[in-house]
Design a protein around this ligand. Structure first.
Ligand code: MN
Length: 233
């Protein structure tokens, strides 16, 4: 394809302002990798999603509110954060059609958590109280600092040219039961899964860390480039 791929980016929702918004890092990472990002509407009906998805080349599942515990059939943990039903509905419709059509998906933070839930996995609703770890997964700004390492499996090691990576970390939820159709691609030293992919798809990859806050990192550039390359095929 000689034209630049167009990638749909899931909008963020500010419940206090009742406003859709966007972090520039998601857009800039995609632009720097050669794509044209467009912010998607918060639509969830199947025909709208089909029209959007069939015309775009790939989709970025962004960070945001906690994925609803109802989607994996568990009661609410007292420290579960804010839920955004609109986003859950929108991403359910998006993921359903995008995976049917084998369109590339790249998930970041909530994007990884959502993908795991969509594929049948479960989440820790509050890592500090549910997961025994000496790692602080919930860092404070500035976010372009590495705070823990992850060990990569052969797929991600090949993609990033290293078998270990230093990453930032800004999440209070995480994967509890990995979905059967996903493969763990990175783990922190406490055992927490920090990246996944769906083998057999063109490109369905998600990371728990935040390349959009560290666009100058070699690993961030490589992730965005690999995603955009998959969207160009
Ligand atoms: Mn982490």
């Amino acid at each position: 394809m000689s034209e630049r791929p167009i990638i749909g980016v899931v909008p963020l929702w500010d419940s206090e302002k009742s406003s859709l918004w966007m972090l520039p890092g998601y857009m800039d990472g995609l632009i720097e990798a050669g794509a044209v990002p467009v912010m998607l509407p918060m639509a969830s009906d199947d025909s709208a999603m089909r029209s959007i998805i069939d015309r775009l080349d790939g989709f970025l599942l962004t960070g945001g509110q906690d994925v609803s515990y109802l989607l994996y059939g568990e009661p609410r943990h007292e420290k579960c954060g804010e839920i955004c039903d609109m986003r859950d509905k929108m991403e359910l419709a998006l993921a359903k059609r995008a995976l049917e059509a084998d369109k590339p998906l790249f998930g970041i933070c909530r994007g990884l958590q959502f993908l795991n839930v969509f594929c049948g996995g479960t989440l820790y609703q509050d890592l500090p109280s549910e997961f025994d770890s000496s790692i602080g997964h919930d860092m404070v700004a500035p976010y372009d600092r590495a705070v823990h390492s992850v060990e990569l499996n052969s797929y991600l090691a090949k993609l990033l040219g290293a078998d270990k990576l230093e990453v930032n970390s800004l999440h209070h939820q995480g994967i509890k039961a990995l979905a059967p159709s996903l493969e763990a691609c990175a783990k922190a030293s406490d055992g927490l899964i920090e990246a996944v992919r769906a083998p057999g798809c063109n490109f369905v990859v998600a990371v728990q860390w935040h390349p959009e806050f560290a666009l100058e990192w070699d690993s961030s550039k490589k992730l965005f480039l690999a995603f955009v390359k998959a969207c160009s095929q």
